[in-house]
Design a protein around this ligand. Structure first.
Ligand code: FAD
Ligand code: SIN
Length: 535
């Protein structure tokens, strides 16, 4: 086994992992492992932008208020205040690192999205994420203290239970991770005094998702297996407007049509060309996402529709093409839709996980020396529903906070030598037949989550999902014990485990709040429900 030691191990190369690595690079040796190409992340596909209260008609207090209202009573005040207050500084830091955002008359151009009562979305046209990801990778390139290892899949966190020595500390400490090396097909050990989980979300638990294929919940599953606390996984945000594409490959992501299109004046129509958001919410198409996604879901069920329409044909076509060039080109080139004169078919799709690994105001998880930031973390910012474009901001704010804390902790850790950790036990056999079983189980999890644990839930559906998932998870554990490790199997195991956790959280919430809606408890319960679901 190859074994390497660094001060810091970062798992994931999206905005959370890369910005943390940049913050640490001058004071520590850093290894960033990332399971595919270095840019392949949800960050890279972000369209709308990054929320920050920097406009003349805006204020930190207004940003806080909008976040709290959208979060439906479950946001943690300290997290909301920190993110809104530190947001403008973090945007400046991204610009210093090289990100170029769209400007208007010499100032940052600020877009509008659902739930925001002011224009506050800093963006680069409609490909903000690509700009940020590229800038961070460039800033990190050739940094002498940072190594970035592509096609390196973290399989499990290393904790005291892996130690060879008999004396085990009482609290659980993380010492790095076992990482699958796709070149050798072996599992290596990367030891770190401090580990940051920045592995993103879990949209791939559902069939229909805007997330890229990396989003298989690996971070939450690894942290849970290591004994960390996890919270609020029932709050998966379904984005209202992903492109409806019946030809989409089962593992492909659904192409997002950014909410900024509705912020720009786009409206939603049903098959009779009725504007069904009228009368549903005072903000109509710009109501919070849970409201819009549920309205679309209800319209589809009421009329048996495959999709509804997003209409921008009444808007100025030059301005549209200028503001949304990437969407215009993708729709034209890949789907033969000219949005300046044709309607866009859209459906909701799993988009963002509000819950995750429980962290404090310094991004520390409940395990020693394990930090988490970005979509994998549950900081308390989003509560029961995320305000649009608050997630990129949360990732940079909490990665920065993690770095401040990690620098202090590192001084203490460096006085200790690394513990003696055994090699990964890879004693199973490789079975080529296994691939069919893995494909089948992965698909089964996604379909049952789509059908039973979607936008609208019920006790009966959740109970069925729990039963089916228990069987799949038991089968997966059986392969896991018998066969050698492979990336497909690692992901399947994680998908099965996080799907079960999502259902567990959903079954515990006996009310409807924010993104969790169940027909058995259709109302909010402010006495029993006003707390996180911690597992
Ligand atoms: P990611 O950017 O997803 O990065 C995760 C990284 O971890 C990847 O490099 C991945 O390969 C790696 N990884 C995962 N598992 C492992 C493993 N086992 N081993 C090694 N590496 C691993 N938010 C906004 O605020 N504004 C927007 O406009 C916006 N638009 C969006 C549009 C789309 C299409 C999507 C999908 C999301 C959007 N979001 C937006 C949400 C936002 O992009 C994400 O929440 C954010 O980018 C998450 O950043 P991250 O660094 O936590 O994770
Ligand atoms: C979008 O551009 O609509 C996505 C924004 C977000 O997810 O925050």
């Amino acid at each position: 086994m190859n074994k390497q030691e660094f001060d810091i191990l970062v798992i994931g190369s999206g905005i959370a992992g890369l910005s943390f690595a940049l913050e640490m690079a001058d004071s520590a040796t850093v290894m960033v492992v990332t399971k595919k190409d270095k840019a392949e992340s949800a960050t890279n596909y972000a369209q709308g932008g990054i929320a920050a209260a920097i406009g003349n008609d805006d204020s930190i207090d207004l940003h806080i208020k909008d976040t709290l209202v959208t979060g439906a009573g479950l946001c943690k005040d300290a997290a909301v205040r920190a993110v809104a207050t530190e947001g403008p500084d973090r945007i400046r830091r991204l610009i210093e690192w090289g990100a170029e955002f769209t400007e208007e008359h010499g100032n940052l151009s600020l877009g509008r999205e659902g739930g925001h009562s002011a224009n506050r979305i800093v963006h680069k046209a409609d490909y903000t994420g690509r700009e940020v990801e590229h800038a961070l990778l460039e800033a990190l390139k050739n940094h002498p203290q940072v190594e970035l290892w592509e096609n390196a899949l973290a399989v499990d966190l290393v904790t005291d239970r892996h130690l060879v020595s008999a004396s085990r500390p009482k609290s659980r400490t993380v010492y790095g991770a076992y990482v699958y090396n796709q070149e050798t097909g072996r599992v290596d050990l990367i030891q770190g005094h401090i580990t940051l989980l920045a592995s993103g979300g879990m949209g791939c638990v559902w069939t229909n998702t805007t997330n890229p294929s990396i989003a298989t919940g690996d971070g939450v599953a690894m942290a849970w297996r290591a004994g960390a606390r996890i919270a609020n996984l029932e709050f998966m945000q379904f984005h209202p407007t992903a492109l409806y594409d019946p030809r989409r490959d089962v593992d492909g992501r659904a192409f997002l049509i950014t909410e900024a299109v509705r912020g720009f004046g786009g409206i939603l129509l049903n098959h009779r060309h009725e504007r069904f958001m009228e009368g549903q919410h005072p903000l109509k198409e710009l109501a919070p996402r849970d409201v819009v996604a549920r309205a679309i879901d209800s319209e589809r069920k009421k009329w048996g529709l495959e999709h509804v329409w997003l209409d921008v044909t009444h808007l100025d076509s030059d301005e549209l093409r200028n503001r949304f060039p990437m969407i215009f080109e993708t729709l034209m080139a890949e789907h033969d839709i000219d949005f300046t004169c044709q309607l866009i078919p859209v459906v909701p799709a799993a988009h963002y996980q509000c819950g995750g690994v429980v962290t404090d105001m310094h991004s520390r998880s409940t395990l020693d020396r394990l930090f988490a930031a970005g979509e994998v973390a549950h900081t308390g910012l989003h509560g029961a529903n995320r305000l649009a474009s608050n997630s990129l901001l949360e990732a940079v704010v909490f990665s920065h906070r993690a770095a401040d804390e990690a620098k202090k902790l590192l001084e203490e850790c460096r006085t200790e030598s690394m513990p003696d950790i055994p090699e990964w036990n890879d004693s199973g056999t490789y079975d080529p037949e296994e691939w069919v079983l893995i494909r089948h189980d992965r698909r089964e999890i996604q379909v049952l989550m789509e059908d039973y644990v979607g936008i609208v839930r019920s006790d009966l559906r959740l109970q069925r999902a729990a039963r089916r998932l228990a069987t799949i998870a038991a089968e997966v554990e059986d392969y896991w014990r018998r066969t050698t490790v492979s990336p497909d199997l690692v992901e399947l195991r994680n998908l099965a485990q996080v799907a079960r956790m999502i259902v567990k959280c959903a079954r515990q919430r006996k009310e409807s709040r924010g993104l969790h809606y169940t027909t058995d408890f259709p109302r909010i319960d402010n006495i029993l429900g006003a707390r996180d679901t911690v597992i």
